[in-house]
Design a protein around this ligand. Structure first.
Ligand code: CAP
Ligand code: MG
Length: 400
């Protein structure tokens, strides 16, 4: 493949033929616009977009559009998006349009990708052999705790057995919990937990910030001890993920959160599916990416998550696989359903499902780990709960 192909679902407005609508996408995003142009010289023609296929699907149509590779600036993800996911969403002749997937040729995928990826993160945690799923937590309440209490929650989750701890998306560097003070305090308590348990635990500080400052912020967080960083890819941009991944001073895994994604991904007829987002995060160098849960609080289609996770893990131009993260409304009783559907190459995160445990954070973390152990040993959660009090209490509170 030498050109870019993108697949869209769309429904034309009344009075517009599907052929016209598909061509309107190809034109708008390449050499055309709403009218013919006196400036369109002959040599520009080779850069025309083409409608490769057009088929009815449900209430609308699926079309594959070819974009000549030459119109893309190699390595500039924001420019890639302005073509494949740009003005087309607002075209009045389309009732709705959704970008389902995109394929890039080799010359446009020359990115370094994840520095750590699944293999690197497993190495840091020490699970290369066991291959068990990782368990993570989000400190809750998402805002309000001071650095000392945040660190205490992190410590309890760590001694309870989590592998990964992260800030929530709305916590950055507010007065009530300044970022660098938080990182130092949390890491000092995690050092205690690591020496007590002999296990490695990652803490991703949320460094999401404006473009010209995010790298500096992340470097400083790492200097303060953070052994991972988190960035929100939709609000900060793919280029922010890439800037963090490319910086030699930030030699820690990058956890990619995706707050606001549902504004684009949730409507199945309009917007952008998770798949292209997952591809671009991999190119940009995210090491871990949220792709959703099959049984949690956010509305996702399990069929989509399975394919999205493959986008992160299947061979792709030699780039390291990204660790998929299932998060949102998970608790110990749901672990079995998640692992059965998504497999064990995954990070299962629980915020409320750990800190809401009747006996508190430490026991909530133990219950999550017990649920994972049960699955790995082929036992049902109910069976395992008979001999594991923490799991039993979690199941009594939240069910399966
Ligand atoms: C999970 C979470 C995540 C969502 C995002 C939250 O907390 O921290 O942001 O998982 O969802 O605040 O909801 P809980 P997605 O475990 O307490 O639900 O991965 O779909 O972007
Ligand atoms: Mg969150």
């Amino acid at each position: 493949m030498t050109e870019v192909t993108a697949i869209y679902y769309f429904e034309p407005e009344t009075g517009t033929t599907p052929e016209f609508a598909a061509q309107a996408i190809a034109d708008e995003e390449t050499t055309g616009t709403w009218t013919d142009l006196s400036t369109r010289t002959d040599y520009v023609e080779r850069l025309d977009g083409k409608v490769l296929s057009l088929k009815p699907s449900g209430d609308g149509y699926i079309t594959e559009i070819l974009y000549p590779a030459e119109i893309f600036e190699p390595g500039n993800i924001s420019q890639y998006l302005s073509v494949i996911a740009g003005n087309l969403f607002g075209l009045g002749r389309l009732k709705c349009v959704r970008l389902l997937d995109v394929d890039f040729p080799k010359e446009l995928t020359r990115f370094n990708g994840p520095n750590f990826g699944i293999k690197g993160v497993r190495k840091l945690i020490g699970t290369e052999k066991s291959k068990r799923p990782h368990v993570g937590t989000i400190i809750k309440p998402k805002v309000g705790l001071n650095p000392k209490d945040t660190a205490e929650v992190a410590y309890l989750a760590a001694i309870g057995g989590v592998d990964f701890i992260k800030d929530d998306e709305t916590l950055t560097d507010q007065k009530f919990c300044p970022l660098f003070e938080r990182v130092e305090t949390v890491m000092s308590r995690l050092d205690d937990a690591m020496s007590e348990t002999g296990r490695s635990i990652l803490y991703a500080a949320n460094v999401s910030e404006r473009a010209d400052k995010i790298v500096e912020r992340a470097r400083k967080a790492v200097d303060c001890g953070a052994n991972a960083v988190m960035v929100d890819v939709i609000t900060c941009g793919f280029c922010a993920v890439e800037a963090l991944a490319q910086d030699p001073g930030i030699n820690v895994p990058i956890h990619v959160h995706r707050t606001m994604h549902a504004a684009m991904t949730r409507n199945t007829k309009h917007g952008i599916a998770m798949r292209p987002i997952a591809r671009l995060v991999r190119l940009a160098g995210g090491d871990q990416l949220h792709t959703g849960t099959v049984s949690g609080k956010m509305g996702h289609d399990p069929k989509d998550i399975i394919v999205d996770n493959k986008t992160l893990t299947d061979e792709y131009f030699g780039l390291n696989p990204v660790f998929p993260v299932a998060s949102g409304g998970l608790y110990p009783g749901k672990v079995h359903a998640e692992l059965s559907a998504l497999g064990t190459e995954i990070i299962l995160q629980a915020g409320g499902g750990i800190h809401g445990h009747p006996d508190g954070t430490k026991y909530g973390a133990m219950a999550m780990r017990q649920a994972v152990d049960a699955f790995m040993e082929g036992a049902s959660p109910e069976e395992y709960a008979k001999t594991h009090r923490e799991l039993r209490l979690a199941i009594e509170k939240w069910g399966i």
